[in-house]
Write a protein that binds this ligand. Structure first.
Ligand code: GDP
Ligand code: IMO
Ligand code: MG
Length: 424
């Protein structure tokens, strides 16, 4: 069978977790393929909320297996804390969670390096989540990293010590104060705990499952505009967040990928530093933040808010080969009299529908205005949605040349309207 991929099309926090949770019953396996505890994927089920950072968002469903793929970076402490939370929901995590042996480990000193690097950058800081993501991927590509499989080897402690010493050398150059004694203790306790779970050769797990007719949904973290190659570099994360990352991050071949489900909010947000062409620094932005409760699921930071950016979305659609879009948080715009969509930028006096090499902090954007629908989204069919919202969706489809298959109208699992029969 095939792999479908679900990815964020903007700067993260598009509502990926909610859509994965909704779609999970259609799949046998949900597999995270990149990122780490910088992600925060929120699920709302039976009026209760859970935020997942490392565990895939299919974990609350019976009979759905969940794989943390080789492309993910894992902090054992965060993962164990998450396991405790998930267990309290009655999930048999020992049975339903697999961890790829080639996934890399985030060490306490990776977090210190992240913080020291950010402090040294001053005003030019990335605004990272300080979870040690960048330094861990640096050690991976620098061929110094420690992997989950290493925890089962007899010389793991000395491998750890060697890498830690290397980090301490670098931290000395930064002249950065830190104390990791407590954290290190908890880290080793969590490492011991992880030995009780299924550590697997992820690439065999996935490909054997495919050969046996199983269906897999690859769950992306972050968003396309945070991709290390194609995002707003250097204000990006350190992994490939686009569809191609699912191949590297799980060990699946490109010809195994079928549907690519791109998630976009009906507007746009960003957390951390970097260009955001359609950002609204005014009361409209504040209104969106309030209505959408736009505060980071991982760090609690207020998210920057703005109108939807179709130039960036079109870019994300072709980079990912998006075959269908799930439009989320449409309800957040319920009270707005008018809604804007950026359809082009003015670059050096010329209208452009392409992203320049470097985006400016604020681009000169051309907008198309839409009358708001100014009503609640109550019905249970797509056709029940207000006509003005349906017109907005049609405009997005025409512009992006990709069908919108789902519209999400609230954080809860059941608040989702299918525009077409589910394509998955
Ligand atoms: P992710 O990182 O892409 O999984 O997204 P986050 O969980 O970080 O942020 C999305 C936020 O929006 C969460 O608080 C979700 O509960 C919430 N959410 C998801 N879909 C909707 C929706 O359609 N409407 C509203 N109002 N909230 C939503
Ligand atoms: P989910 O999966 C939103 C942002 C950070 C920062 C930049 C680099 O929940 O959508 P990092 O810690 O990765 O080195 O930070 O990327 N960022 C996210 N923004 N959602 C996320 O994940 C993010 N993960 C990282 O704010 O700007
Ligand atoms: Mg998030």
């Amino acid at each position: 069978m095939s792999v479908d991929v679900l990815i964020g099309l903007q700067w993260g926090d598009e509502g990926k977790g909610k859509i994965v949770d909704y779609l999970a019953p259609n799949y046998d396996i949900i597999a995270r393929f990149q990122g780490g505890p910088n992600a925060g994927h929120t699920l709302v089920v039976n009026k209760e909320k859970i935020v997942l950072h490392t565990i895939p968002s299919g974990i609350l469903h019976d009979n759905t297996y969940n794989l943390i793929g080789n492309g993910v970076v894992i902090n054992p402490i965060t993962l164990c804390q998450e396991m405790v939370k998930v267990k309290s929901w009655g999930v048999n995590i020992q049975k339903y969670l697999m961890i790829a042996e080639k996934a890399h480990l985030i060490l306490p000193t990776h977090k210190v390096l992240d913080a020291a690097s950010e402090a040294a950058k001053g005003k030019a800081k990335i605004g990272s989540t300080l979870r040690g993501i960048g330094p861990t991927y640096m050690d991976k590509t620098g061929r110094n990293g420690l992997r989950i499989g290493d925890i089962l080897t007899s010389d793991f402690k000395s491998k750890y010590q060697k890498l830690k010493e290397k980090h301490l050398e670098i931290i000395r150059m930064y002249d950065f104060d830190f104390d990791i004694e407590e954290e290190e203790k908890a880290w080793f306790e969590s490492i011991e705990e992880l030995k009780n779970y299924s550590i697997v050769a992820g690439e065999y797990y996935v490909n054997n499952a495919l050969a046996n007719g199983k269906r897999i949904l690859a769950e992306g973290a972050q968003g396309s505009m945070l991709d290390i190659d194609f995002g707003t570099y250097p204000f990006v994360t350190s992994s490939n967040t686009i569809t191609a990352g699912a191949c590297n991050g799980l060990g699946v071949a490109p010809n195994k990928i079928k549907e690519v489900i791109g998630i976009s909010k009906a507007y746009c947000t960003r957390v951390g530093s970097g260009p955001f062409p359609t950002e609204l620094d005014d009361e409209v932005g504040e209104e969106i933040r309030k209505a959408g409760f736009e505060f980071g699921a991982t760090t609690g930071r207020p998210r920057r808010c703005g109108w939807i950016d179709l130039v960036a979305l079109r870019y994300a659609c072709f980079l990912n080969g998006v075959t269908q879009i799930a439009l989320t948080k449409a309800d957040v715009l319920n009270d707005f009299a008018s809604i804007e969509a950026c359809t082009s930028y003015n670059v050096q006096g010329k209208k452009s529908m392409e992203l320049p090499f470097e985006l400016q902090e604020k681009m000169d954007c051309n907008y198309t205005s839409f009358p708001g629908w100014q009503s609640d989204l109550l019905g249970s069919n797509y056709g029940d949605l207000p006509v003005n919202l349906q017109n907005y969706v049609s405009f997005l489809e025409d512009y992006l040349k990709v069908p919108v298959s789902m519209v999400s109208t609230g954080p809860e699992r059941e608040k989702l309207l299918l525009k077409q029969e589910a394509i998955v």
